[in-house]
Every structure is written in C-alpha cells, then in structure tokens.
Design a protein around this ligand. Structure first.
Ligand code: NAD
Length: 306
C-alpha cells in the first residue's frame, strides 16, 4: 500500500481524497522537526507547508515525492532531493487571492491606523480627534515581484483607484500593464515614487535582503512597506532603524526571518503592524491547496507505482 505522510495542516477534503484512492495516510500536523527528519524516508510521499525544513538527512529511502501545499519552496532542499530522484511539486495557484487580499487589508489598516485605534477604543479611549488617515485612491502602489500574487495585488489596487508601478526581473506583459494601467520601472524609481511598497518575490539568494537600509532610505518618509512574501527579503535590523528614525511612515509584516519572531523591539514598535504568517489562511485557499496537493499525490504515486 502506498504511504503518505501529511506533515502539516491539510484540509480534510484532500485527506479523504487520498484515502479514497487507497492511500495509507498518516496525518501529523504537529510533527516536530526531529521526528520529521527521522521518519520521512519511510513514506512514498510527504506533504508539507513551511512548518518543517525538508532536507535529505536520511537519503531518499522510499520517498518519491514531496508536495508543498502552497507556494514557497524555500524550506525544501529541492536540488538535493531532485538529484536523488525525488520529485518536488507545489500548488502555486491555491493561495494567490488569499495573500493578495491580506496585502490590501494591511494597506488599508496602515492607511487608517485601524488596529491601533480599535485597540485603544477597547481600552476605553475615544481617539477620534487624533485620527488622521489617508485614502488609497490616488496613491501609488509599488509592487516588487509581479507574478501571481503581485499581479493580483496590482489588479485589486487598480480597482481601488491606485496608480500601479511594478518591478520584476522579467518583462511584465504589455497586456497586463494595460489592464492595471501600470508601468514597469526599476527598483529605485519604484521606491522613490510609491506611497505603498509591497513585496512579492520568492526567497532565493538574489532576493535575500533585497530591502535593506539603502532601499528604505529611498522611500518617501510618508510611505509604508508591506511584506507578505518571506521574512528574509527585508532586513529586519534596517527596518527597525527605519521605523525608529522615521525614514518611512510604517510597515506591515506577515512574515519574519524567524517564526514565531523573537525580536520584541521590532514586533512591538508602534509603527509596525505584524500578523502571524496568515497570508494563505483562508478556508478557500486551504481547501484548494488540500485538494490540489492530494491530486498531485494520487497522480504521481498512481502512475509511478504501476
Ligand atoms: P510567483 O513566482 O508567481 O511570482 C514571483 C515574481 O517575483 C516573479 O514574477 C519573479 O520574476 C519575480 N522576481 C523574482 N526575483 C525578483 C527580484 N529580485 N526582483 C523583482 N522581482 C523578482 O510567486 P507568487 O505565487 O506570486 O508568490 C510570491 C511569494 O509569496 C512566494 O514565493 C512566497 O514566498 C510568498 N507567499 C507568502 C504567503 C504568506 O502566507 N504570506 C503565501 C504564499 C506565498
């Protein structure tokens, strides 16, 4: 019998699909790193999210397939496993809308200081007189990394009346730019001109630390930074200085270099709006990711074990 280790939270619809296909499913959403390293090689396939690092510490064993339910593969040693003959696949489209909507939500929260004002009211303080937000309409959003998520953010921002600038290492299609009434620019222009800078690149050696001191200093003092991509794309030490010294107006982070984050100074800074890596945490995204991951397992194990 084919055996699959689900080493993360996965929608039950996906689990049931695999069981229905005659696969023996071990569901271990709270597995520790140590235990994962000790047992992954006993399974034909594993399904993970960003919760464990997946490295070939025990070679390949029975493993033929690793499925990342979601997008980023930065926690998986893809080349190490590929050279051992293990396929590594993901479900890239499942979470696009969820992350894009969170990004717009964070922009709105920053623009109107919603979280702070709401928190104060719950403590009995009516801060109406001190509240002075800005509107998104008419402002410029700079989207760094204009793939699936960045593209969706650009579409939503355009619908809100924002001017769209995009930066990407590849040429963004003219059709898309016309659709969002946007312009592709170099990083420096984007940083100088944007009121909201939002990051949607994958984490890799070329994007690690992409937003550091130099980039933050290029931004307007009234601008906001949003990172829903990966923590290490933004240099947290530089961001702390930027917030402390007023290089930018504020920032929202859904992702951190270490999760959960331990840098209390950053986390508690009044100009920082942190969320606990919830970009993909919607029922819709989780259901689609679960079903797509199960389909990949069924089709890969089915055809390969025949
Ligand atoms: P994607 O591959 O569709 O898009 C990434 C884009 O970034 C591509 O267009 C690529 O050309 C561009 N890019 C790469 N390097 C660049 C650079 N140095 N400068 C500018 N552009 C560059 O990926 P996606 O589906 O849009 O996802 C983007 C990232 O979002 C993922 O890699 C993941 O890290 C993150 N993510 C976060 C959450 C969350 O829960 N917060 C959920 C899903 C994905």
């Amino acid at each position: 019998m084919r055996k699959v280790l689900v080493a993360c939270r996965l929608d039950q619809a996906g689990v049931e699909m695999m069981k229905g296909a005659g696969i023996d499913v071990a569901y271990r959403e709270d597995i520790s790193q140590e235990e994962f390293d000790g047992i992954y090689a006993n399974y034909d396939a594993v399904i993970v999210r960003s919760n464990v690092r997946v490295r070939p510490v025990r070679g390949r064993g029975n493993l033929r397939l690793i499925v990342r339910a979601g997008v980023g593969l930065d926690n998986i040693d893809v080349s190490g496993f590929t050279s051992l003959g293990v396929r590594v696949l993901n479900t890239p489209d499942a979470v696009t809308r969820a992350v894009a909507e969170l990004t717009i939500g964070l922009m709105l929260c920053l623009a109107r200081d919603i979280v702070r004002l709401s928190g104060e009211l719950k403590l009995g303080k009516w801060s109406k007189a001190q509240a002075q937000g800005v509107e998104l309409a008419g402002k410029t959003v700079g989207v760094i990394g204009c793939g699936r998520i960045g593209g969706e953010v650009a579409r939503l921002a355009m619908a809100l009346g924002m001017r769209v600038l995009v930066n990407d290492v590849v040429r963004v299609s003219q059709d898309f730019l016309e659709q969002v009434k946007g312009r592709q620019v170099d990083l420096e222009t984007l940083l100088r001109e944007s009121d909201f800078v939002t990051v949607h690149v994958p984490l890799n050696p070329s994007t690690r630390g992409l937003i550091g001191e130099k980039e933050l200093k290029l931004m307007k003092r009234t601008a906001y930074l949003i990172n829903t991509a990966r923590g290490d794309v933004v240099r947290e030490e530089a961001l702390k200085r930027a917030l402390r010294e007023g290089w930018i107006a504020g920032a929202a982070l859904d992702v951190f270099s270490k999760e959960p984050p331990e840098d209390v100074e950053l986390l508690r800074h009044p100009k920082l709006l942190p969320t606990p890596h919830i970009g993909a945490q919607t029922s819709e995204a989780q259901r689609i990711a679960g079903i797509e991951a199960a389909k990949l397992v069924i089709s890969e194990l089915g055809t390969r074990s025949a």
